[in-house]
Design a protein around this ligand. Structure first.
Ligand code: ZN
Length: 248
């Protein structure tokens, strides 16, 4: 992939896929149908669901620019899982056993943050990405803005699609569309492909048209029952299957 594509490039930006290949395949075909030419991922390709290998293969085949999420990190290193909820820790341990050496090497090489064209991607925050902080309010977003040198930065981790806009103050909220205005800064959560937590169980991702400066959030139905069945068949916690239907 060329690092600097034409200004006409249209990006699909996705994250928190979390090994949900049913959701990922629906997102990728929608992005293709919408004319996306490039792909970026804000991390957490693996964790929670039952298809880590398949999701990693899809992301790698796309030449998708990807940063490291906390699940990507802990699935690829043999560190203690002290900070993890017990349900998440179970799946990290299970996922470690599913990945081959090439997949582990890929995850270990992922950067914490990455500049792509004229925007940045990070899983949690730019100020301390390795601390995996959650951004839900304007104070947390403002700490990030101090370290953001591009007008737009996309992030994930909370699985809640909130957009933060900085002028003199920081305004934020849920969104369907953000039009990038010159002179302002934006910190935009792209929602989660594989485990949404905003009460809407549909898969989420955004498109970013560099030519028009428009960011659009897309929500898509996918085979939730199929993904749930795989979680149960793999012996992963039942609660992880249930939450997919709730979007929580
Ligand atoms: Zn996540």
């Amino acid at each position: 992939m060329t690092k600097f594509a034409k200004p006409s490039a249209k990006y699909a930006i996705l994250g928190d896929v979390h090994s949900n290949v049913e959701a990922l395949d629906v997102v990728l075909s929608d992005a293709k149908a919408r004319g996306c030419t490039h792909y970026a991922c804000v991390g957490d390709v693996v964790g929670y669901n039952a298809n880590p290998r398949e999701c990693l293969d899809r992301i790698r085949e796309l030449n998708c620019v990807t940063v490291r999420g906390n699940h990507d990190h802990y699935c690829a290193v043999e560190e203690k899982l002290d900070g993890f909820h017990p349900l998440a820790a179970d799946v990290v341990n299970w996922t470690r056993g599913m990945l081959d050496a090439s997949q582990i090497g890929y995850l270990r090489a992922l950067p914490y943050r990455q500049t792509v064209e004229n925007f940045t991607i990070v899983h949690s925050t730019l100020d301390t990405p390795e601390m995996w902080g959650y951004v839900f309010d304007k104070f947390e977003a403002d700490a990030n803005f101090n370290y953001q040198s591009t007008a737009v930065c996309f992030f994930g981790h909370t699985h809640v699609p909130l957009a933060f806009e900085k002028t003199n103050d920081v305004r934020f909220g849920l969104y369907n569309k953000v039009k990038i205005t010159f002179g302002r800064k934006y910190f935009i959560n792209v929602g989660s492909v594989g485990q949404p937590r905003d009460g809407d169980p549909r898969a989420a991702y955004v498109t970013y048209d560099l030519r028009t400066g428009e960011v659009d959030l897309h929500r898509l139905d996918y085979d939730v029952a199929g993904a749930q069945r795989k979680i149960l068949d793999a012996g992963l916690p039942e609660r992880l299957a249930q939450r997919l239907a709730l979007g929580r």
